[in-house]
Design a protein around this ligand. Structure first.
Ligand code: PLP
Length: 394
């Protein structure tokens, strides 16, 4: 039997979604394909709480989504504002720089959230509006930190700055509350293999009316990722090239799956499971990657190990001895943390089994941890909140 994974993506797939992707050959110019595509796009719009935004689904991954966001809105040499506070924000900055953008970087400690105050100061000082876009990583998967996107929007509004707000929601959308319209997001980016619980292979992007308008004048090179070609053909239920039909069938069902459970119930389930994982870390006496409770991610927890101990040894041991996958520390946090991904199809049963494996690894490696201590702490969280638990039979 295959063990569940505890990496923060790709996530565990519900059987129904895995099967939904497995479709016989379909003519992608048929009415049958249009009947899948249109509700899939509408489903994404509902999951991100957008009323009228344009949704695009490209054969790619979240990283491709970053490229779709910038190449369809910006021109060579444009200035953008971004904070670096983990591996994913770092990689998005790198991608922008390689496209010839002038990135004004706010360096933050890895474990901190988005610096809305610093953004406000910089945007207020930018009187001639040279900054064309502000990047925001909603959930830093490397550190287990969720940031306040509404606060970034308030900074833009307070500075009366017209820059576009681009949000990486790859590890939040579909698992934590995401309010495209309320937060005034201009572009949101995600992929298929995290909150949507599908195999990797799709970049999913959502664009505001303003973001759509600037696509007409943006001069960064793009062809495969041009949303104008995609929008024109999608309107007729078609693609500019051969679409990944199986994944799009999966996406339609994944949206139904989330909306049937109820978005607020999905978010509450993630918060509850994350609470148990954090209680376990506290029982082990291990601090978290996130600097303060307001930054705790409900989809991934990074756990710091004592100085001098290589956290990656835990992940390696879990993989080789117990056949269970956890996330390693990335970049600046390599060897300092291990990561527990608790997004997608996760239940208390699954989370408890992951915590039990971690305990065996830590005891095997000589860390002063008592078997069962973290599991018991999580059990207390889960049993005390079990009545409110909303679980679907997957
Ligand atoms: C996983 C992830 C990405 C990268 O997505 P890929 O699908 O691997 O390209 C980007 N940003 C965040 C926050 C992520 O968690």
């Amino acid at each position: 039997m295959q063990n569940p994974v505890f990496i923060p993506g790709p996530t565990n797939m519900p059987e129904a979604l895995r099967k939904a992707v497995d479709v016989p050959t379909m003519d992608h110019r048929s009415a049958a394909f249009a009947e899948v595509l249109t509700p899939a796009l509408e489903g994404v719009r509902r999951v991100v709480k957008a009323a009228t935004a344009a949704v695009f689904v490209f054969p790619s991954t979240g990283t491709g989504g970053w490229e779709i966001a910038i190449t369809n809105t910006l021109s060579p040499g444009d200035r953008i504002l971004a904070a670096r506070h983990g591996m994913f924000s770092h990689r998005w900055i790198d991608l922008c720089q390689r496209h010839g953008l002038d990135v004004q970087i706010v360096e933050e400690e890895w474990g901190a959230g988005l610096p809305a105050e610093a953004y406000l100061e910089i945007l207020s000082a930018d009187r001639d509006h040279r900054i064309k876009a502000v990047l925001a990583t909603h959930n830093e998967t490397a550190t287990g930190v969720v940031s306040d996107i509404a606060a970034v929007r308030r900074a833009l509004d307070k500075a009366r700055h017209p820059a576009l707000l681009m949000v990486d929601g790859v590890s939040s959308i579909g698992s934590m509350d995401f309010r495209f319209d309320d937060w005034g997001v201009d572009i949101a980016v995600t992929g298929s293999q995290k909150g949507f619980m599908l195999p990797p292979g799709l970049a999913i992007t959502v664009h505001s009316a303003r973001a759509m308008k600037v696509a007409e004048t943006a001069r960064l090179a793009r062809c495969f990722f041009d949303i104008r070609d995609m929008g024109r053909t999608n309107a007729a239920g078609l693609y500019p090239y051969t679409p990944p039909v199986g994944l799009i069938c999966g996406l339609k069902l994944a949206c139904d799956y989330l909306l049937d459970e109820g978005l607020e119930a999905v978010f509450a389930r993630h918060a509850r499971i994350a609470n148990g994982v954090r209680a376990a870390a506290a029982a082990w006496g291990l601090p978290l990657g996130a600097r303060s409770p307001d930054l705790y991610s409900q989809t991934v927890t990074a756990v710091r190990t004592p100085t001098g101990f290589n956290a990656t040894d835990i992940v390696t041991r879990a993989a080789t001895v117990y056949d269970t996958a956890f996330g390693t520390g990335l970049g600046e946090l390599a060897g300092k943390v291990f990561r527990f991904g608790h997004l997608g199809r996760m239940s208390d049963l699954t989370a408890l089994s992951g915590l039990a494996v971690l305990e065996m690894c830590m005891v095997d490696l000589g860390l002063p941890i008592r078997l069962g201590s973290g599991v018991a702490a999580a059990q207390e969280v889960y049993r005390s909140t079990a009545a409110a638990q909303i679980q679907r039979a997957a």
